[in-house]
Design a protein around this ligand. Structure first.
Ligand code: HEC
Ligand code: HEC
Ligand code: HEC
Length: 479
């Protein structure tokens, strides 16, 4: 383990606490950072739309962009959308912004759908007007971009996106029979928050697979779970209040935690939503068709979960420090017992009994859905690759693929699933860990082979042309 992370984690234990989870129901609406000094009603409404549409997750809290969005075709960089005339969108008219959001068409050319315009295409005129007014009031940043998007042939022809848009927009349909609240929820989920960009699987052209709406999708080393109301594989057992609490705080005590990409969605967007909007999302998610998937989650068996050792921080500190140090000694003396491995590799941040230090955002991992899944892939990927903090100031979890071998990772995975998730057994093997480590982003067929297909297309076109010329020449000779 890196020395810095050890120091950080010891510090974190110092701030450890047993504070009870905040309940979303009783929380006041959050106040919004980055509201412009202009402070007009229109501009403030625009600031809220920017939060609800999660523009900052990709363009940054200061809107200067330059963050890579990983796609199967390569990294696509977000751009500066401050009102800088030189490097940003200072010259945009309201119609320019409308074209970007609705058609993916910027003044300089077509955009890639890494900018989620397929979802924004359903945004109302009112919301785009407010967003436009707000974006003009944020501080302009006159700095050139550090990175440039360079996709391989044939994706470097941005004009191709016109054809893609024709098949894939609109990306969602309005459902019949919804209440007013659920209609608001539908608009938030589909058009502003674009939850489907992560939670809906893609079809062979990288558009949404509408039959599998919100039923879960791979996301690089992450997996966005099924959030339809199916009981065994989705969130059918969650109450509407559970959904609200999760989106507001990023956690559900002994049930779920928003790490990685979901942690970012919560940190930049959903935690700022008004209660009535979170309630609308929850009510809508209960009304979408349940889709059954293979990604089953075991129900929480509270009686099998460990209880916190002691409510006293002082007791925790001493008890944990000693047992962690002893475990580290055992491991350096060659012990491969899963318990010692867990304590040595994970215990300094997540605690002897898995309760972590929630106040310092060292996740409590007891009972989490990510460790209760039938497929261990999500947990193994977290151990292999670590977890980036959602914001600059949140702590990060290091990856262990360099420090631990597959046998050891399998041992820790089984230990965590049985002791902290309440599973009766867990049989993850070193071979499973190897399989998960070598499964990269699964690219849909057309994208994987598009370069090849395009080349084959050109060869076929040349052959056809040659045949036509020969046919013409022959008919001339005959004459
Ligand atoms: C999931 C990531 C993501 C989100 C969320 C997102 N964008 Fe983007 N945006 C991008 C990327 C990536 C590009 C550049 C795409 C390209 O190069 O084709 C982009 C491009 C743009 C452009 C074109 C800029 C130019 O250079 O002309 C504008 C305008 C824009 N975004 C505004 C917004 C607004 C407003 C929001 C919120 C409503 C938003 N974006 C949300 C990723 C995102
Ligand atoms: C950037 C990708 C991304 C976006 C956008 C996103 N999610 Fe997620 N979501 C994830 C990932 C990844 C997880 C798994 C998190 C974990 O285990 O730490 C997740 C987890 C969840 C869970 C918990 C499910 C469980 O079984 O534990 C819910 C509920 C959820 N998301 C709802 C939503 C809603 C509603 C939206 C839109 C407001 C949304 N998500 C937007 C990626 C995303
Ligand atoms: C240096 C501290 C540190 C160490 C060591 C560490 N973690 Fe973590 N872990 C974290 C932090 C911080 C988070 C929360 C990240 C976030 O909020 O996005 C986390 C999150 C998690 C989660 C929940 C992720 C989710 O979204 O559901 C699991 C499970 C987990 N860690 C397991 C482990 C295991 C197993 C080990 C040992 C192999 C380990 N961690 C070692 C800091 C650590």
């Amino acid at each position: 383990m890196k020395p810095l992370s050890v120091i950080l984690s010891m510090l974190a234990i110092g701030i450890s606490s047993s504070a009870a989870m905040a309940e979303g129901a009783n929380l006041p609406d959050a106040s919004l950072p980055n509201v412009s000094p202009a402070n007009s009603e229109l501009v403030n409404r625009g600031a809220y739309i920017a939060r609800a549409a999660d523009c900052m997750a990709c363009h940054g809290e200061d809107y200067t962009g330059d963050s890579p969005i990983a796609t199967p075709m390569g990294d696509i960089y977000s751009t500066n959308i401050t009102p800088s005339k030189r490097y940003g969108i200072g010259d945009y008219t309201k119609d320019d912004l409308k074209n970007v959001l609705r058609k993916g068409r910027a003044p300089e050319g077509m955009l890639y759908p890494a900018m989620p315009y397929p979802s924004y295409s359903g945004m109302t005129d009112e919301d785009i007007d407010a967003l436009f007014a707000y974006l003009q009031t944020v501080p302009a940043v006159d700095e050139p971009a550090k990175y440039e998007t360079k996709l391989p042939f044939p994706f470097n022809f941005r004009i191709l996106m016109k054809g893609w848009n024709a098949i894939n927009i609109p990306s969602s349909e309005k459902r019949d029979g919804l209440t007013k609240t659920q209609q608001r929820g539908e608009y938030l989920v589909n058009n502003l928050e674009h939850c489907g960009t992560c939670h809906t699987p893609r079809n062979s052209t990288m558009g949404f697979d509408k039959k599998m709406y919100l039923s879960g999708a791979p996301l690089g080393n992450w997996h966005a779970p099924n959030i339809t109301p199916d009981e065994p594989s989705g969130i059918g057992s969650w109450s509407e209040q559970d959904i609200v609490t999760y989106l507001r705080t990023g956690e559900l005590d002994q049930r779920a935690y928003a790490g990685g990409p979901m942690g970012e969605a919560v940190a930049h967007s959903t935690r700022y939503l008004k209660n009535e909007d979170l309630n609308a999302i929850a009510s809508y998610l209960k009304a979408v068709p349940a889709v059954k998937t293979e990604d089953k989650v075991a129900a929480v068996n509270v009686s099998r979960l460990p209880s916190p050792i002691n409510e006293s921080i002082t007791h925790d500190l001493i008890a944990q420090k000693d047992s962690l140090e002893q475990a580290k000694k055992r491991v350096s003396n060659g012990s491969n017992s899963p318990e010692s491995l867990y304590l040595a590799a994970c215990g300094s941040c997540h605690g002897v009994n898995g309760y972590g230090q929630p106040d310092a955002r060292y996740a409590p991992i007891v009972g989490l859905s990510s460790i209760r899944r039938e497929k261990p892939d999500a947990l193994v990927n977290m151990i292999l690759h670590g977890v980036d903090g959602a914001t600059n100031t949140s702590p990060i979890m290091p990856g262990f693929s360099d420090q631990l071998d597959s046998e050891q990772i399998a041992g820790i995975t089984n230990y965590v699933r049985v002791n902290f998730a309440g599973l009766t057994s867990s049989e993850v093997s070193a071979a499973d860990v190897d399989r998960i480590a070598t499964t990269g982003v699964e690219k849909p067929f057309l994208i994987k082979y598009a370069g090849l297909l395009a080349i084959i297309g050109i060869i076929v076109a040349i052959i056809i042309i040659v045949f036509i010329i020969r046919a013409i020449l022959r008919s001339k000779r005959r004459r």
